[in-house]
Design a protein around this ligand. Structure first.
Ligand code: SAH
Length: 306
């Protein structure tokens, strides 16, 4: 019962494409064992509505695939699905590979700015292991910033490639955390999604119902997420709109500016904002994980051919 096909649509380089080998994961991370049981199809699985189980799975996946064996989260923090987060990095690798011929750029000379790295620091940790890239991760929440800094220190294999910087203002993406002369190949972001704490709580209730975990109090925050992680004034479109405006004020800071956009309905407004900002190139990279559709919006003021 150990090999379970995962979701369709993952990137060809995604290590989790062929599903999870729970036997191997438990060998690597025995703390996962109590959470694994056959699901109604008879396949090994965990209860995805139980945040402790999801965290144990994440710890096992990170240890097994990336030798990140000290990853942990503060209680209530956002627990990121690892296959989806690594998929995001693979698509960005293709974006910058497109420029340099076809080989995927690897190594510390590739520099990435991760805006809102979270307590989980997931993109820098996985990106540094997967591709050897260097990261600056920014974070506005002081506790999340401190946690992310601790995670980096706990992983010596990547500690010299990742720097966590504290952003003092929730409405700034670059100002205050990057120096004007710094240059990045990429910026990336998984923006706060909701427009208010109430909306975040409702979204969380909906997700819990969909997972069938409504009766479990443990499931109250199934994938976790403390308020600041989940919402910002104006929600995702306002956050990305600010990012676009601020990127236009520093067009050379990043060769590609990118962000996740979780709602397709926001794209037309954002594309208009990019035209107004005079972005020279705009790309939309589609991500499909099971039934969940998402996309990366990427723009450049300086990319080749622009
Ligand atoms: N990158 C992580 C966390 C995403 S949640 C992941 O993918 O799981 C979004 C994060 O952005 C939160 O931790 C929130 O505190 C942070 N954040 C919100 N506004 C920010 C800003 N202006 N600059 C930096 N971080 C910000």
């Amino acid at each position: 019962m150990s090999h379970v096909p995962l979701k369709e649509g993952l990137h060809p380089r995604n290590r989790f494409r062929n599903g999870y080998d729970f036997d191997a994961l438990i060998r690597c991370s025995p703390a996962l064992a109590p959470f694994v049981a056959p699901n109604r199809h008879g396949n090994a699985s965990i209860d995805y509505a139980d945040p402790d189980a999801v965290k144990a799975l994440n710890q096992a996946l990170l240890a097994d695939a990336y030798q990140l064996d000290a990853w942990d989260l503060p209680p209530g923090a956002l627990c990121p699905p690892i296959p989806g987060r690594s998929d995001h990095l693979h698509h960005l690798a293709d974006l910058i590979a497109g420029e340099s011929g076809s080989a995927v750029p690897r190594g510390p000379a590739v520099s990435v700015l991760d805006i809102g790295t979270g307590a989980n620091c997931i993109y820098p940790l996985v990106g540094a292991r997967e591709y050897g890239w260097s990261f600056v991760g920014t974070e506005v929440d002081p506790a999340a910033h401190a946690w992310a800094t601790g995670l980096v220190a706990a992983h010596p294999a990547v500690a010299d490639r990742i720097e966590c910087r504290r952003q003092a203002s929730a409405v700034q993406c670059f100002e205050g955390v990057v120096r004007p002369e710094e240059r990045f190949d990429l910026s990336m972001c998984n923006p706060p999604f909701y427009a208010s704490a109430a909306e975040a709580a409702e979204g969380n209730r909906r997700k819990r119902r969909n997972l069938g975990g409504g009766k479990s109090s443990k499931a109250a925050r199934n994938f976790g997420g403390r308020d600041g992680e989940l919402w910002c004034p104006g929600g995702e479109p306002a956050f990305v709109q600010r990012m676009i405006t601020q990127s236009a004020e520093r067009p050379e800071q990043c060769r590609w500016f990118t962000t996740l956009v979780s709602k397709g309905a926001h794209l037309s407004r954002l594309s208009r904002a990019l035209r107004e900002a005079k972005a020279a190139e705009v790309r939309i990279l589609e991500l499909a994980h099971g039934q969940k559709q998402s996309r990366i919006l990427a723009w450049s003021f300086t990319a080749a051919g622009a």
